[in-house]
Design a protein around this ligand. Sequence first.
Ligand code: NAD
Length: 500
Amino acid sequence: MNYAEILTRLGIGEADLAGGSLAVRTPIDGSEIAKVPELAPEKMADVIATSKAAFKKWRMVPAPRRGELVRLLGEELRAAKDDLGQLVTLEAGKIFQEGLGEVQEMIDICDFAVGLSRQLYGLTIASERPGHRMQETWHPIGPVGIISAFNFPVAVWSWNAALALVCGNPVIWKPSEKTPLTALACQKILEKAIARFGDDAPAGLSQVVIGGAALGEALVTSEDVPVISATGSTRMGRIVGPKVAERFGRSILELGGNNAMIVSPTADLEMAVRAIVFSAVGTAGQRCTTLRRLFVHDSVYDQLIPRLVKAYAGVPAGNPLEQGVLMGPLIDSDSFDRMQGSLAAAKETGATVHGGARQLEDKFPNGYYVTPAIVEMKSQEQVMKDETFAPILYVMRYSDLDDAIDMQNDVPQGLSSCIFSTDVRETEAFLSDAGSDCGIANVNIGPSGAEIGGAFGGEKETGGGRESGSDAWKAYMRRATNTINYSRELPLAQGIKFDI
Ligand code: NAD
């Protein structure tokens, strides 16, 4: 593949890379694709000032007109889908089908946001006072800072940006330092939409800043950025969350997951096997919603696990750009080392490990390809409670559904979960107040691959944020309660008398 041609088609030219210092490596073979210029943290103040100025103009553009810009962005994304999908594969290492899926998700959220731009509705509330009316109104809030992770290098930006823009806010995006090229490409695609949209879009409506944690912190600590949407590890969230709270900013945190599936005695095992393999092995186990823990009822354990082990042995790994390959590389050697560390820790607890070794080392000496691992655990040990961002599936037996739900919930994270069962009593128990404690709870589908129409996010160490569909837009606006007196009296609430 000619990488340079893809970059050119996406509008990234020499001028964009001039003076580049951040080396971008493809995880496919570890080679350097480009060097990208970084922004010094001291320069963040200028970026934020530009964004503030853009806010003053953008908030005055009617929301449906703002939606028109996002509609054009969706059109430009449709036109760039193949190229951007390939660049995602190149930078993040996920298979091309998943790269395309990620771009489709961007298109879907644009469609959603366009509709939303003609809504953004508040409530009318009954007033206790005669001749009074109460209402809730929603208003643009200001610059939205977006910090994103390497594993969904473009979709996470679009979830935030499409909503923030229709809500009347400019955006400042600090992508992962591992995937800056896809971010530059998205900015170019948005710029094309802006050029078609015309003068209503102020300069600096969307800005991309490239750099690491220090640059992210310059964004996070600014009082002029009312909303910080941060996606990444719980480690990062522990730093970012308190810094935003300290200045009374609003954070939307989308952090680590440790997602589970319960396979009950009545499960359709054929469907379960397919769902398990896709959600545990897809993106080489590097999705926040990757299936990491599997609780299987005693009565079906001995049927399911050998089938899974067999299915795992047939997962074709290799260059994620090639057709037929279902699993690409891990992002880098650190990720590989962490995977090996977790497998060793599991073994020490007496677990049986299937797979997990490095493969294709001859062909890709600097690419970290592994066989996906199934780890049969005796009990839920600490290693199973940590998120290891790699294709490791811990498997355990259970005999009682309540115990299985308890074990599922007994981890610090609370992102996604699911049950495979055809017994309505079991599935309803799983979805009930006493069931899964996660932000996402599914029945007869895996924990990954969410649609954009629902609110996405999770509880506990996952951070509590919600993005994408449903009413997630409210996090990007300020709410005002208005009481309007159209009478000739001034009655006070709660019947208070205060006559002068
Ligand atoms: P990471 O935490 O290493 O980095 C994420 C982003 O945070 C990067 O842009 C990084 O530069 C930035 N960052 C790091 N420290 C910072 C600091 N102190 N201040 C400001 N910014 C800082 O995560 P990663 O390795 O890129 O991604 C994998 C992790 O992301 C996994 O834990 C995964 O579960 C999580 N994730 C969660 C979701 C979700 O929606 N819940 C989605 C995707 C990924």
